[in-house]
Design a protein around this ligand. Structure first.
Ligand SMILES: [Zn+2]
Ligand SMILES: [Zn+2]
Length: 319
């Protein structure tokens, strides 16, 4: 498991060895990391001035350039004729929805868009630097005349919430898969494995749901916030296709094989995306989950080998 770095430790880790602390720079960096939107350089100057009147505009600009070079700040261009900056410290990768009426910028992430970009880049043998996806239009609040959302919730919190929702959906579908597989298995050993995995998924589910409740306790209106992760195929649980496929399975061996396929797909999914994300709660959820799925996968493979040998042995004895 990764250790969590505090913002101060993060800034410290970026400072070249032997270089002296600059309290002005620290103030600017802290103010910048404390906000969660997309600021222009002048927005940041205004915020800094509230904090410390003695910090000059030139110092803010210089520090912003340093933060960009150090990977703390990301430059974004919404076509307004000036750049905005967002912080990249524990801020998940994302794309933007930009409302032309209220000028709000909202964030989301889609696995389909990412996969599509990867396909194009690979086919064209293109070395990708940065992928920018920006959708312009009118937000729901402006279109319906609803008062805008009460409070802004960080993308990091939305990301953690959605990562947990995906993991929970996967555990639920996994539990259903193993419960069903156990009830139709004839071989006692294979049945015991399915039962054990079903109990395992139950325990994991408990833990994930507790974590979800903790998240909600920290951000009370988190559930009402818009969706951040659009991960098609994962939303209903990665085992749901396997649950359907179980209906046409007739042998214990095939049931084990189907379990292996589901676990492998799930492990790959969580590992692949988990590795791509910036350090965050969502990333940890994905990677921890990937590890648990790998353990299940290994257990099923061992069992599959044993049952295959047994089948061969039986065939040899009857011949
Ligand atoms: Zn709007
Ligand atoms: Zn953004």
């Amino acid at each position: 498991m990764q250790t969590e770095k505090s913002p101060a430790a993060f800034i410290e880790s970026l400072r070249p060895a032997g270089s002296k602390r600059s309290s002005k720079r620290d103030t600017i960096v802290n103010v910048f990391l404390g906000q969660d939107g997309h600021l222009t350089a002048d927005d940041l100057v205004d915020l800094i001035r509230k904090e410390d009147q003695r910090i000059s505009r030139a110092t803010v600009y210089r520090t912003l350039a340093w933060m960009e070079a150090a990977g703390i700040a990301r430059k974004v261009d919404f076509g307004e004729g000036r750049f905005r900056f967002e912080h990249s410290y524990r801020h998940p990768r994302h794309f933007h929805l930009i409302c032309k009426t209220c000028n709000r910028q909202m964030e989301f992430l889609s696995s389909d868009i990412e996969q599509f970009i990867e396909e194009v880049v690979q086919a064209r043998r293109f070395t990708l630097g940065q992928a920018v996806v920006q959708l312009y239009g009118t937000c729901e609040d402006c279109a319906t005349g609803k008062p805008p959302a009460t409070r802004h919730v960080s993308s990091e919190a939305l990301f953690a919430r959605d990562a947990l929702r995906i993991a929970i959906a996967t555990e639920r579908s996994g539990r259903e898969f193993y419960t069903r597989a156990a009830s139709m298995t004839k071989d006692a050993r294979a049945r015991a494995i399915f039962e054990r995995l079903s109990t395992d998924e139950d325990d994991h589910l408990d833990r994930l749901e507790k974590r979800y409740q903790e998240l909600l306790a920290a951000e009370p209106d988190l559930e009402q916030q818009p969706q951040f992760l659009f991960f098609k195929g994962a939303a209903n649980g990665l085992f749901s296709a396997g649950v359907d496929a179980l209906r046409s399975v007739t042998s214990d061996r095939d049931a084990l094989m189907l379990g292996i396929k589901c676990e492998r797909g799930s492990h790959r999914f969580f590992k692949r995306y988990g590795e791509k994300f910036e350090d965050s709660e969502g990333k940890r959820i994905f990677l921890e989950f990937a590890d648990e799925e790998r353990e299940h996968l290994e257990m099923l493979i061992r069992e599959y080998r044993i049952i295959t040998k047994k089948d061969k042995g039986a065939a040899g004895a009857s011949a």
